[in-house]
Design a protein around this ligand. Structure first.
Ligand SMILES: C[S@@+](CC[C@H](N)C(=O)[O-])C[C@H]1O[C@@H](n2cnc3c(N)ncnc32)[C@H](O)[C@@H]1O
Length: 260
């Protein structure tokens, strides 16, 4: 597991010669090696290309690559056909006409849910503790800010901090409490079939199992103004023994809502 900068497990590679300077700067920032030629020495590679930083497993049979991409067709489709203000996520965070809650997305991951919430008009502060994922998010947000006007406007509502949410939330001053704290911790693996599951496998390999998610929920409940929302697979048990106020079930996920 790579929570910190495990120099044996991960390295940066430039996809093309013109990406060398960016790759070099990224490697220096993360304190990990820059790979000059292919080697099996590393379990993961962060590949800098003209349009993303992609994370891939070097194992030929491994899943991946994964990337943060707020401008590609997958996100475009989700923004267009995801159900807008009536989708389960929007209802779970309490979005109403004329009311866009402020959100801390305390488990940002690849930033997709956070970006959807910003698309719905919320100001979203993403927190991510994995330095690798935080760097990928930073890169994705910079690209989104330079993209077409609507994407840039959405990205303008997003702030990103590389931090452990357990610590960050405990230090939050009362005036900075958000309306909503959103949690989507890793869920134990079941099958390995779909693309989403493959993404989750590589994400889990990188970021771990989030076994402290119950503690994060407890902390979040003490510094949200209105509610904490926890995303779970549709039929999964609740995150811990705390009983949600209600749940909103979508196609594949359930959102447990804890009103405070
Ligand atoms: C399942 S992913 C979230 C996926 C995300 N909702 C998305 O739409 O892409 C969980 C992420 O939460 C992060 N995480 C878990 N606990 C955290 C904590 N205490 N502080 C910051 N990040 C945390 C993990 O590193 C991982 O990247």
């Amino acid at each position: 597991m790579i929570h910190g900068n495990n120099t044996l497990a991960i390295a940066v590679q430039a996809a093309t010669a013109d990406q060398y300077d960016r790759a070099n700067a990224l490697a220096a920032n993360l304190g990990i090696p820059l790979l000059q030629k292919d080697t099996k020495e590393f379990q993961y590679l962060l590949i800098c290309s003209a349009d993303s930083i992609a994370l891939k497993q070097t194992d030929k049979n491994g899943p991946g690559p994964i990337m943060v991409n707020f401008t590609g067709p997958t996100m475009e489709y989700r923004l267009k056909h995801g159900g807008g203000r009536s989708q389960a996520l929007a209802r779970a965070i309490g979005l109403k006409k004329g009311r866009q809650p402020s959100v801390i997305d305390a488990t940002a991951g690849l930033g997709r849910d956070g970006f959807i919430m910003a698309h719905l008009g919320c100001h979203v502060h993403m927190l991510e503790r994995s330095p690798i994922l935080a760097a990928m998010l930073e890169d994705g947000l910079q690209r989104a800010k330079q993209a077409a006007a609507q994407t840039a406007e959405i990205a303008g509502r997003i702030q990103l901090t590389h931090a452990d949410s357990n610590e960050f939330l405990q230090k939050l001053k009362l005036q900075d409490w958000p309306d909503v704290i959103y949690l989507d911790p890793m869920f134990p693996e079941r099958t390995k079939s779909s693309l989403v599951k493959k993404e989750m496998r590589i994400l889990r390999g990188l970021a771990g199992d989030d076994q402290d998610a119950g503690k994060l929920l407890d902390i979040a409940l003490h510094c949200a103004r209105n509610r904490v929302v926890v995303k779970r697979p549709r039929l999964a048990p609740t995150l811990d023994d705390t009983v949600p106020s209600h749940a909103i079930t979508g196609k594949t996920s359930r959102f447990d809502v804890y009103l405070v």
